[in-house]
Every structure is written in C-alpha cells, then in structure tokens.
Design a protein around this ligand. Structure first.
Ligand code: SAM
Length: 347
C-alpha cells in the first residue's frame, strides 16, 4: 500500500475492525441472507431486502460489506444493476440447511457470545463469567440454570453444538486409529452428531451418547436421515449417575466447561467406573505454544472466561490432571481444526 508502514499500524487497525466484520457475518446469517441467495442467485439489493424483510439501504450496505469480506460475489447485470450470489464457501458453510452449516453456531455467537464478550473487561477484573451482567440471571450450573431453562435457548445451544460438531468431528475421529474399539460412550455427546460420524468412520463401533435428560429428550430432532442402530442415547448427569460401560470414552469440549475441582471430580468418577486398559479420547482446544493458530485457542480461552467456570488448558496441564485421576496421556494430535485430540489410557 502507499501509506507509511511505520506510521500506519495495519495489524492494530485490522483488529479494531475485527468486531465489525464478525457482526456483519452474524447479521447476514441471522437475517438469512445466505439462505435466500441459495434459493435464487443473482439477486439485487432490493430483491434481497424484500425476501429478508429489511430496508433496501441497509441490505445494500450489508451485501457490499459481505462482498468485501469474501462471503458474497457481486456482478453487474446488463441493465447496470449489481446482483449478489453466495461464494462457494458461503454455500457450504453459511446456508442454514447445508450439511456442514455453521449457521447454528453463528446464531449462538450473535445471541449469546456477543453480549457476554461485550463485558470482557468486567470478566477480566472479576475473573468470572458475565452471565448475570449480560442476561440478568445468576447461573450456578451453566447448562441446567442458563441454557436449558428455556426451550428456545436450549434448542439454539443444541443447534450450535450440532453444527460445530459436524465441522470438527472428522479430524477428531481420525486423529488416532480407533478401529480396535467396538464400544464407545460420548460423554456429554449432545445431539449425537459426533457419535454418528464415529460410527460412519468405524463400521464396527457402537456409540452411546450420554447427556442430561433435557438434551436427550430433544435428540430425535437431530437424527440424520441415514441413521443407524449403532448410536443409542442414555440420559443422566455425569457428575452423579453411572456412565454406560464402554471400551472408549469420548469427552469433547467437556472438561473446558468446568473448574479444576469439577474436572477432577468427573475424571475421578470416570476412573472408578472404568477398568485398567480402558481408553479416553479428549478433545479440547489446546493452548500449547507453537501449535498452528494458537491465537484462536487463546481467544477461545477468553470465551470460556466470559461464559463458563472453566478454561482452555495446555496438553501438559491435562497430562498432570489426568495422571492424578489414574489416566496416562499417550498421544497429542493438533488437528488444525477447532478441536485438538488427546489419547489416554486408564492405568
Ligand atoms: N460433546 C459435544 C461437542 O463437542 O459438540 C457437546 C459439548 S457441549 C460444550 C457440553 C455438553 O455437556 C452439552 O451437551 C451438555 O448438555 C453436556 N453436559 C453438561 N453438564 C452435564 C452433566 N452434568 N451431565 C451430562 N451431560 C452434561
């Protein structure tokens, strides 16, 4: 660029703009812009505005912002009007009913994470989540008190987990060769999205999804069309109830939700319930220095601060935690995806 590199702080200005870019993406998803463009491509701002029930002026600006962010394409029609279409990436990941859609997770970011993040400085001062400040309610247990009290909030959360699980599960399931396991239990497995993918990748494997009764009650809504009978659902509380018996326990995005005390409580309980030789697959966003995209993990750690009682951790920290509950961390794999993988054994 023509500007003086020493006097113009590109990186900082990009970061100052980062929140506007995120919110443009969230607003376009929430208004179903990508969905209407997947039904008919090459729409003018006026046609988009009518379909998403918004102003023409506002829609035109949002569409151009999305073009500049690489989410939409614009071309000029013979009559001189601009028309807009989804990019290939938007068609795959932003249209609500595409198989790998992030739509559910983006709505969760817009409606829940965004208000919580707007209180980040309070979270840093106080060292606690900002649920009460953002939503006026105190939550002792994030899931039972905050997410699952209202049906609509619960479904939004389940949709979010479903969409993000589908994008991350393939790299997780293939991080290690798990073909020797015939039975697995996905602890806190939510909608079963991960469990189905594990049974697709490992045709000999059956997976029991264990989650809270409020979640299991809704699991029918999320079943894939080609469902198989190797995925089953069991309702219970993983801090209180016995876990289904399995050779492999999968804990994906579970430990990061909880304080160290509760992580120990859960792992000690799992350790008592399973036999030596039993394996555990942990999936978390590791804070390990030197891994690719470590800033994403650090930002995710701030996300856990504003939202939960937990945090992201390094693989060394997990190694120590696991050891004190009778598990040995065998291997760590950085997937490059949202979740890294740790393969552990009960000693
Ligand atoms: N494993 C899924 C994934 O990675 O996509 C979902 C992760 S989500 C962050 C945490 C899950 O733990 C939710 O499905 C939640 O319902 C479940 N959970 C929270 N507390 C629980 C409890 N006490 N007993 C059983 N499941 C619980």
């Amino acid at each position: 660029c023509g500007c003086n590199r020493e006097e113009f702080p590109h990186k900082i200005v990009d970061l100052m703009d980062g929140f506007k870019a995120s919110k443009a993406l969230f607003a376009a998803c929430k208004l179903n812009v990508f969905d209407v463009l997947s039904v008919s491509a090459d729409l003018s701002p006026k046609e988009v505005a009518e379909r998403v029930k918004a102003s023409e002026e506002g829609s035109a600006r949002l569409l151009d912002a999305c073009v500049s962010l690489g989410l939409l394409e614009r071309r000029t029609r013979d009559d001189g009007d601009h028309v807009y279409s989804n990019t290939e990436e938007a068609s795959r990941f932003l249209v609500a009913d595409s198989p790998l859609s992030l739509h559910g997770y983006i709505l969760h970011c817009n409606d829940l994470v965004w208000p919580l993040f707007s209180h980040l400085e309070s979270a840093v001062r106080e060292g606690t989540n900002q649920y009460e400040r953002a939503f006026g309610k105190k939550s002792e247990d994030l899931f039972q008190d905050a997410y699952y009290k209202k049906e609509e909030v619960k479904l939004r959360f389940m949709n979010a987990m479903h969409s993000i699980a589908k994008v991350s599960v393939k790299d997780l399931a293939t991080a290690f060769d798990l073909s020797m396991f015939k039975t697995a239990c996905d602890v806190g497995g939510c909608t079963g999205a991960m469990a189905y993918e594990f049974t697709q990748i490992y045709p000999e494997m059956s997976v029991t999804v264990f989650d809270l009764p409020q979640v299991i009650a809704m699991s029918d809504r999320f079943q894939p069309k080609d469902q198989n009978d190797r995925v089953t659902f069991v309702a219970g509380d993983f801090f209180k109830d016995p876990l289904p018996k399995a050779e492999l326990y999968i804990l994906a995005r579970i430990l990061h939700d909880w304080s160290l005390e509760k992580v120990h409580q859960l792992l000690d309980k799992l350790s008592k319930e399973c036999n030596p030789g039993c394996h555990v697959l942990l999936a978390e966003t590791l804070l390990d220095e030197g891994k690719p995209k470590v800033s994403r993990a650090q930002l995710q750690c701030l996300n856990m601060l504003v939202q939960t009682e937990g945090r992201e951790r390094t693989s060394d920290h997990y190694r120590d935690i696991l050891l004190s509950s009778g598990f040995h961390l065998l291997r760590v794999h950085y997937t490059g995806n949202l979740l890294d993988a740790m393969f552990c054994i009960k000693t």
